[in-house]
Design a protein around this ligand. Structure first.
Ligand code: ATP
Ligand code: MG
Length: 415
C-alpha cells in the first residue's frame, strides 16, 4: 500500500483533532490526489463510515462546530481554528436523473469510491498516510489519464455535469490527448447538455476558464461538438488564446478573469450576449460586466491615437474595464508594437487624476438639467483627456464656462 509522507495539512492540530474524533475516517478526493502530485492543497474533504448524526455528535463532543451544509447527501462541514472540513458519510448513489441523486449510506469504502467520477478522484488516505487506490488512480495520474470509473457513457448519463468536469480535470491532470473512451462518450452525449442547469454550467465553466490551458481544452470541446448544446456563441478559441498570452504578460489572473475570458470566446452581439448570460444564470453584476465587454458603449481600439484612447478611458470611467477592452481589442484585431505601453501610460495618467468637474458645476453656471448638460460635460471631459488629464479643477471650470457662453451665443445668433 502506498504511503503519503506527512503533509502540513494532515499533521495540523485541527486536522488531527477532527480525524481522531471521527474514528475510522479518511481524507478523500482532491486533497489526496494533489498531495500525491506535490501540488498545494486547500480544500480538505473527509469520508466517514458513520452516519451524519454520529459524525456531528463525535465532533461536537470535542467542541468542533458542525454546519449541516449538504445533509441530504450526507455532508456536514466542520469548522475549527478557522479551517473547514467537508465530511461526507460513505454512500452509494441509488438513482440519478442527472440532477438529483437518491442515496443510501454504507460502510463499504469501495462502494463509496465507485460512485465517484474519475479514478484519480477516488483516492483516499488515513491520518497516518496509508493510501487506498481502488481503481488505479495513481497509475492514471502518472500516465496523465483522466478516466471514468466504469463505463464513461453510463457515468455521464447518471450526471451530465461530469461531461464538463471531464474537460476541467483533463485540462489540469491530462496529457496530450484525452482518454478515447471518455472523449467518444462526451461527444455522443453532448446534445444532453441542454438540460444542465445554468448554475452548474456556470460554476464548471468559470473554473475551466481560470484553470490550466483553457484555450487548448476549449478547442477540444469545439471539436467534440459541445458549444451548440452549451453556449452556441462560445467559439472564438484563437481570441481566447491571444487574450491569455496578454494576461500572462501582465500577470493578470484569478477568478475575476473568468468573465473577460468568456467575453473573448463569444462571437456574438448585444442580443447574443444576453442569451449567454441567461443560459449561465449570471448574477446581475456579472451580466453587466459581460455585456460591457462584448457590446461596449465606448470602443477601445488599441491602434487608436493616445488622444482617442484617453477620451475612451475618461468616457468609460472604469480603468479595469478600459484595460480589458483594450486587451480584447488587441486579441481581436492584432496590434502593433508599443500599444501596451500606450495603454498603460493612458491608464496611469488617468487614474492619478479624477475628472475634476461635475454636473453641479454646470448647474451652477445656469445650464438646465437634461441631455444638453451631459453633452457639455462630455465635451469638457474629452478636452481634459486629450490634454493628458492635466487641467485642474479651475481650468476645467473655465473651459466649461467657455463652452456654455459659446452655446448661448450660437443659440442667440440666427442660423
Ligand atoms: P478540486 O481541486 O477541483 O476541488 P476535487 O476533486 O476536490 O477537485 P470537488 O468538485 O471538490 O473536486 O469534489 C470532491 C470529490 O467529490 C471529487 O474528488 C469526486 O470524488 C467527488 N465528486 C464531486 N462531484 C462529483 C460528481 N458530479 N460525480 C461524481 N463524483 C463527484
Ligand atoms: Mg474540492
Amino acid at each position: 500500500m502506498p504511503l503519503l509522507p506527512p503533509q502540513p495539512w494532515m499533521t495540523a492540530p485541527e486536522s488531527r483533532l477532527v480525524m481522531t474524533a471521527l474514528g475510522a475516517a479518511r481524507f478523500v478526493g482532491g486533497c489526496v490526489r494533489d498531495a500525491l502530485l506535490g501540488l498545494p492543497v486547500s480544500d480538505i474533504d473527509i469520508a466517514s463510515p458513520h452516519p451524519p448524526d454520529e459524525v456531528t455528535r463525535r465532533l461536537e463532543a470535542v467542541r468542533v462546530r458542525v454546519i449541516p451544509t449538504g445533509i441530504k447527501h450526507g455532508t456536514v462541514t466542520a469548522v475549527t481554528a478557522g479551517r473547514h472540513f467537508e465530511i461526507t458519510t460513505l454512500r452509494r448513489d441509488l438513482a440519478c436523473d442527472g440532477r438529483h441523486a437518491e442515496i443510501a449510506f454504507t460502510d463499504d469504502w469501495r462502494e463509496d469510491a465507485a460512485r465517484r467520477d474519475f479514478t484519480i478522484n477516488a483516492l483516499s488516505c488515513t491520518l497516518e498516510g496509508e493510501v487506498f487506490d481502488p481503481f488505479d488512480g495513481i497509475g492514471d495520474l502518472a500516465a496523465r489519464r483522466v478516466r471514468f470509473i466504469g463505463r464513461a457513457e453510463d457515468r455521464l448519463r447518471e450526471d451530465l455535469l461530469r461531461l464538463l468536469r471531464h474537460f476541467r480535470f483533463y485540462a489540469r491532470y491530462g496529457g496530450e490527448s484525452p482518454d478515447p473512451e471518455a472523449l467518444a462518450a462526451c461527444q455522443a452525449l453532448a446534445p444532453l447538455l441542454n438540460g444542465l442547469s445554468g448554475e452548474r454550467v456556470r460554476a464548471e465553466l468559470f473554473r475551466l476558464l481560470t484553470g490550466p490551458r483553457p484555450a487548448e481544452v476549449w478547442a477540444l470541446m469545439v471539436t467534440a461538438g459541445l458549444p451548440p448544446h452549451l453556449l452556441p456563441a462560445a467559439t472564438r478559441v484563437a481570441r481566447l488564446d491571444t487574450l491569455l498570452s496578454l494576461e500572462r504578460h501582465l500577470s493578470l489572473e484569478g477568478p475575476e478573469r473568468a468573465v473577460v475570458r468568456l467575453a473573448a470566446l463569444l462571437d456574438t452581439d448585444g442580443a447574443g450576449v444576453l442569451a449567454a448570460a441567461k443560459r449561465l444564470r449570471l448574477s446581475v453584476a456579472e451580466r453587466a460586466r459581460l455585456v460591457a465587454l462584448v457590446a461596449p458603449t465606448v470602443a477601445v481600439d488599441p491602434r487608436d491615437s493616445p488622444a482617442a484612447l484617453r477620451r475612451a478611458a475618461a468616457a468609460l470611467g472604469d480603468g479595469a474595464r478600459f484595460l480589458d477592452l483594450a486587451l480584447l481589442g488587441a486579441a481581436t484585431t492584432g496590434s502593433e508594437a508599443g500599444w501596451l505601453d500606450r495603454i498603460t501610460t493612458v491608464l496611469d495618467g488617468w487614474r492619478s487624476a479624477p475628472f475634476p468637474v461635475s454636473g453641479a458645476d454646470a448647474l451652477a453656471l445656469g445650464v438646465a438639467p437634461g441631455p444638453d448638460l451631459g453633452r457639455l460635460l462630455a465635451d469638457v471631459r474629452d478636452w481634459w483627456a486629450e490634454q493628458n488629464f492635466s487641467p485642474d479643477r479651475a481650468a476645467c471650470t473655465a473651459e466649461l464656462g467657455r463652452l456654455v457662453a459659446r452655446r448661448g451665443k450660437a443659440r442667440r445668433s440666427p442660423a
